[in-house]
Write a protein that binds this ligand. Structure first.
Ligand code: ADP
Length: 480
């Protein structure tokens, strides 16, 4: 099965969140099943710099509405074939991949990701200049949402899958964008790409794709409701026969405490001693009081309303009075960043906050913390709660989306049957979080129960194999 996997980020070349991890790991897992998956990503400076060599494969000039571009072929570090869409006018710039240095969305994002969508559609269509013809085009999030729309109006194109990694981001632009991106005028319709008078990239993808996927079974249900459908619940409900929720896996070789080079000592289920060395190292590096006994809570996250950092900051004074310590790593919302830093200044030795994106530190937190906090308001899948289980750091999570599908709450029954792997709270309030943390601390201090909760998580299979097989089945169903 030849699959073109179109994405706006792919680890380790360029990453702002979980999409990059999935774009790296899922193609590998599918290739192991025998599928010929190739990744298409924009040629940001980080991508071009990271690649050792590439070759020009095709030129795209004179596409209505877009600047000239080139297609390079290369490979990802793990050997997955890669197409890089080189268009200096749109992708060669300093700053973030979606936003400038000040955190404002690039004004030409519609054109930038319109081009990515268009080139993917051309590659999946009858007039592709490339010899390799995909049988399925797999699109990811709003940045690729116009691909299914362009393909719908180009007879003879391959079928496409639209994957939702986060419905909160939809890529909505003013109506004149339809003409600017040379989308057929008839697509601008409530039964099409129009969203209340504007053009919605994601809605276009959801409407025109042959199949829609999202990253956990629970989130697939939630997005059909008003509470979490972000205005698209009606469309998603209509499409529910061709909507699948498939839980993401993790890259089990990158996130493996037995081999992780970011740790000061490796460990595994048979030998947990090394975990403590990482806790002591983390405490020391973060300026926390070095103390093997005090429970240490970790959090690694984008700082946004979605992720619930606000309720963590609210309960932090009570949390450290238990006593406990707290280490926070993340970036995003400026107020949340300064609130986190202010808290660390107020409670030196007990709370540490690092503002920024730090891959190595994120691994050390997963290993060194005793428990991991992930109180997301909504969470399509979430990866950190899986990493933390694998690292013997039980997560404390809100009952939503992929968190519900990947964590088993600790109670008498789940402890007895060897499934308990974390702690789940139901109502998204600071008070409920605090009560859940207290419940977790009781187990933490129970020398019989705690090692089991850790091992249950570490023994779980979070690999991609089962999920990749489900994607393969969808591709098969679309190509007959
Ligand atoms: P989302 O994609 O919504 O941000 P996920 O949990 O699915 O959330 O994935 C987030 C990924 O980004 C994880 O691999 C996490 O470790 C990583 N991450 C998030 N913030 C940071 C940070 N500040 N430093 C390092 N890694 C981070």
């Amino acid at each position: 099965m030849r699959v073109l996997f179109v994405t706006s980020e792919v680890a380790p070349l360029i990453k702002t969140g979980g999409l990059a991890d999935v774009s790296a790991a899922l193609p590998i897992a599918l290739r192991r099943l025998g599928d010929d998956v190739r990744v298409l990503v924009p040629g940001y400076p980080q991508v071009l710099k990271a690649l050792e060599s590439f070759k020009i494969e095709a030129y795209f000039s004179g596409i209505a509405g877009f600047p000239d571009a080139r297609l390079f072929t290369s490979t990802l570090p793990d050997g997955v074939p890669l197409w890089v869409l080189d268009c200096p006018a749109l992708f060669q710039r300093n700053g973030g991949i979606y936003q400038d240095e000040t955190g404002i969305d690039w004004a030409d994002n519609a054109l930038r990701f319109g081009l990515l969508s268009k080139v993917a559609a051309i590659m999946g269509g009858p007039e592709s200049p490339v010899d390799w013809k995909p049988q399925v085009v797999h699109c990811n999030d709003w940045q690729t949402g116009l691909t299914p729309a362009y393909m719908h109006f180009s007879p003879g194109s391959a079928p496409c899958v639209m994957a939702i990694h986060n419905l909160a981001f939809q890529g909505v632009f003013p109506p004149q964008t339809v003409a600017e991106l040379a989308l057929p005028a008839e697509s601008f319709h409530p039964h099409g790409a129009e969203y209340y008078g504007n053009l919605s990239f994601l809605k276009a993808g959801l409407y025109y794709a042959n199949h829609v996927t999202t990253v956990s079974p629970t989130y697939a249900e939630e997005i059909q409701t008003e509470a979490l459908g972000f205005g698209l619940q009606g469309l998603l409900k209509n499409r529910n026969k061709s909507l699948s929720g498939i839980l993401n896996g993790i890259d089990a070789s990158e996130w493996n405490p037995a081999t992780d080079t970011a740790l000061v000592q490796n460990y595994d289920v048979k030998n947990m001693a090394g975990k403590l060395a990482n806790k002591l190292e983390l405490q020391q590096r973060m300026g926390l009081k070095v103390d093997a006994e005090v429970p240490l809570f970790g959090l690694v996250s984008r700082f946004t309303h979605q992720k619930g950092l606000d309720i963590v900051l609210e309960i932090a004074p009570q949390l450290i009075s238990f006593p406990a310590q707290l280490v926070l790593l993340g970036s995003g919302d400026a107020t949340m960043q300064s609130n986190a830093q202010a808290l660390a200044r107020k409670y030196p030795g007990q709370v540490a906050a690092v503002v920024g994106f730090d891959e190595v530190l994120s691994h050390l937190i997963e290993a060194g913390a005793d428990m991991f906090l992930m109180p997301s308001r909504f969470e399509p899948c979430g990866l950190n709660q899986m990493y933390s289980q694998r690292y013997g750091t039980p997560p404390i999570v809100h009952a939503t989306g992929g968190l519900l599908d990947s964590v088993v709450d600790c109670n008498k029954v789940s402890l007895a049957n060897g499934l308990a792997s974390g702690f789940i709270f139901n109502k998204m309030t600071a008070h409920e979080l605090l009560i859940c943390i207290q419940r977790a601390l009781q187990i933490y201090h129970d020398k019989n129960a705690w090692p089991n909760v850790r091992l249950n998580g570490m023994n779980k299979d979070f690999g991609w194999q089962k999920s990749a097989a489900k994607y393969h089945e969808i591709y098969e169903s679309l190509t007959g």
